[in-house]
Design a protein around this ligand. Sequence first.
Ligand code: XMP
Length: 322
Amino acid sequence: MIKIKEIKAANINVNKFIEDKVRDIRESVGDGLAINALSGGVDSSVVTALGHRALGKRLKTYFIDNGIMRENEPAKVAAAFKKLGIKVEIVPASKAFFAALKGITDPEEKREAITQTFYKDIFGKLVVKSKAKYLLQGTILTDVDETVAGIKRQHNVFEQLGIDPQKAFGYKILEPLIELRKDGVRKVGRGLGLPESMFDRIPFPGPALAARVIGEVTPARVALVRKATAITEETLKKYKVFQYMAILHEDRVTGMRNNKRVFGNQIEIRCWNSVDARVATPTRLPFDVLEGIAAKITKALPEVVSVTYNITGKPTSTIEAV
Ligand code: XMP
């Protein structure tokens, strides 16, 4: 297994890092083409900007609309990159993802279904269509660590698990951010001249809202967690914290609506303090803020009767629920 040497955020020489990676990407791709997937998350945004600096129009950037993204995310992300002069093609793919996720409740099987749909079905086809030989992606060291340690199979880790992407999917993968952690990636984002809203936003995982639905991921259950996510993000965006999220639980609980019993859904809110996602502690949010989120969620979503707040750190919890 290749041992990756970490570049700590405190030690990074951003300009040199960008220069080196631009040169490496150009050398690998030669005069061919590369493609990359942009989800709007910090890592994929930074890798998109880095890849365009290296390859210009020879990098084709796609937003895979997998049906499990946040509210209006595809259009928002494409518009933000258009402003930077980077064209993003939106690929509608929600049917393929929901078909792959149907009936699956085990977290690792869910992650595997998303990985296979993403890399084999969708990217396999895009590579053939675009004639690209390389996929550029924003894997970071924390993704690799957690996967290799057997904590969570991150959607974007292959070689460290002995999987050759060329053999498995028909293309090579370039990972220019793999020596960095989230704080280092943010510095590179700033160095590339990205707007702060892109590199300073809260992390969002590759498996998207599927990482926040416990149990089966159906369009209806994603719609519930999407709405709860929008409310949570809107309320908490003023706090300088690492990450926050809403999670839909599989278990239902007894609640009441219009003085009648209902066996309804429950949403869990998590809000994290962390530097690099390896360890994290729950933020001590003011109680009235939490009560406000609960009131808004139960008002907007009649199916939800209970909202809870996670008070456990990582470890033993992890940041995402799936
Ligand atoms: P966990 O849940 O493992 O999350 O404590 C650590 C950080 O990684 C993000 N995360 C992912 N990012 N692909 C990603 O690109 C994934 O499969 C994935 N799973 C979790 C998570 O949001 C947190 O910031």
